[in-house]
Design a protein around this ligand. Structure first.
Ligand SMILES: [Zn+2]
Length: 273
């Protein structure tokens, strides 16, 4: 079976905030040891191929106040010439007078294939005017928007900004924009995310950061939503190989169609039309 990983990061260790370095040393020491190996995209591509992955989305993260700053330019450069790596831009709309213009440049001139937003790390509500201009532009450019929706352990996070119910309006106001909820409400918004993704044709759930073995506890009717759920690993911030998570999803009591949808087809539709 072919696999698309919709959520991986480029995280050079020397670009982490000091409190994140401490956090990872405590929770996932392997991460700090190995992460610099993957500063070289060829090493990453090799690893992904060995895990059975055909394409991987690589996320920029412009969030120096909470996690780290890996600008879009760095991710675009990293993915250049590597067909399997799909770069997503990160734009903090608070930081630029014309964020939509910036998005256009990243997509039309430099090859970004999607936009990642981190409202709880970048501090804005999704219905602010600057956000609406970004959503309108993403819809015009026909790129998906991946939005961090869920709790985090990182210092400085302001979770109220990523309440998924905000997406109810965005989905209606931008009917041709594909909206993907990274982490699917991790912590306390599982029901909201499940409902929103069933109700709105353009809202999807993405599973990074959720232990596969618990998925049916969080989403007991997952099989009914098989066309709206997407696999993401959050590599390299996971304490094990990606293939273990892939195998764990394959072994869930779900239909073959749902599993194929989660691991490949739903992401393929969004990324390649
Ligand atoms: Zn992530």
């Amino acid at each position: 079976m072919e696999i698309i990983d919709f959520h991986t990061h480029l995280v050079p260790a020397n670009q982490l905030n000091p409190h994140m370095t401490e956090f990872f040393k405590e929770t996932n020491p392997e991460f700090i040891v190995r992460v610099s190996d993957f500063d070289d995209p060829k090493v990453t591509v090799e690893l992904f191929k060995n895990q059975g992955i055909k394409y991987a989305v690589v996320l920029a993260e412009e969030a120096p106040a909470t996690t780290y700053n890996v600008p879009t330019e760095q991710v675009l450069e990293y993915c250049r010439g590597q067909d399997m790596l799909i770069p997503f831009a990160s734009i903090n709309p608070n930081s630029y007078p014309e964020p939509a213009k910036r998005l256009t440049e990243y997509v039309t001139e430099h090859g970004a294939r999607g936009l990642k937003l981190l409202p709880s790390y970048q501090f804005y509500y999704l219905n602010e005017a600057s956000l609406y201009s970004l959503f309108a532009r993403a819809q015009e450019l026909k790129i998906p928007v991946l939005i961090h929706i869920g709790s985090s352990m990182f210092k400085g996070t302001r979770m109220r900004y990523c309440d998924p119910m905000q997406l109810d309006d965005i989905a209606v106001d931008f009917p041709d924009l594909n909206i993907v909820m990274a982490h699917s409400g991790r912590g306390f918004w599982y029901d909201e995310c499940f409902f929103l993704s069933r109700f709105h044709k353009n809202i999807y759930m993405e599973l990074s950061g959720l232990p596969p073995k618990n998925l049916l506890d969080y989403f007991p009717e997952l099989d009914k939503n098989g066309e709206k759920v997407i696999f993401g690993s959050d590599w390299p911030a996971i304490p094990r190989d990606i293939s273990e998570n892939i195998e764990a999803i394959k072994s869930l009591p779900l239909s073959d169609k749902t599993i194929e949808g989660i691991l490949y087809k739903n992401a393929e539709r969004i990324l390649f039309g």
